[in-house]
Design a binder for this molecule. Sequence first.
Ligand code: ADP
Length: 220
Amino acid sequence: ARRADSGGIVVIGLGRFGCHLAGSLTRMNREVLAIDRSPAKVQRWSAQLDRVVQADATEEGALRQLGISSFGRAVVAIGASVEASVLTVLALVELGVPQIWARATSQKHAKILASVGAHHVIFPEAETGDRVAHLIVSRLLDFIEFDDDFAIATVRVPESLVGRTLLELKPEERFGVRVVGAKLPGERFRYTSDDTTLPQGGVLIVEGGIDQVQQFAGMR
Ligand code: ADP
């Protein structure tokens, strides 16, 4: 059995978001302790997850008994009840959990979470909506947004750029993006060089500011 240590992750709230998160972390071989106050939820996930316990996470004493203070990270995945989510973050702060991630359902909710001490606030619904919108309307095939206005994306080669070399195009000067990889359909990505020609029907790996990457992907 894996030992509870600072590599472990506590996931609180096994709703639609929390159960997927806990499942993914488990498949990534992380030690996960999942907590929900509903006995039915605990019952439902106990076969798929290593450790699922029933507890009210707003109760600091209950969390303490579960040994939460020895975990390096906790994610509060409760969405519907702002009160339960805020009180849970507060309890985790009191227990000294070093990295607390919390899910917000509105900007106000996010503000409260940050002010009681959450280290990372996430908006799964809003973020997924944004991401899917990008994927639908542009040549973007995949899009990863990082903090501090940086993104990496895979993009279909815009028609108007087919057959040009990167030396001619100077994408960094003209579009504010760097084209780091290129491939033809069915082939593997290769790193680009100045003499890389943008292939018809090809796919590029592009990095840069979020707006710049989106604009590049929106080109015809
Ligand atoms: P989703 O939109 O992901 O389904 P919900 O907010 O509907 O999210 O579900 C949150 C989960 O958190 C539910 O399974 C609920 O039982 C659980 N939950 C709510 N409050 C607490 C609490 N105080 N302690 C532990 N689990 C809680």
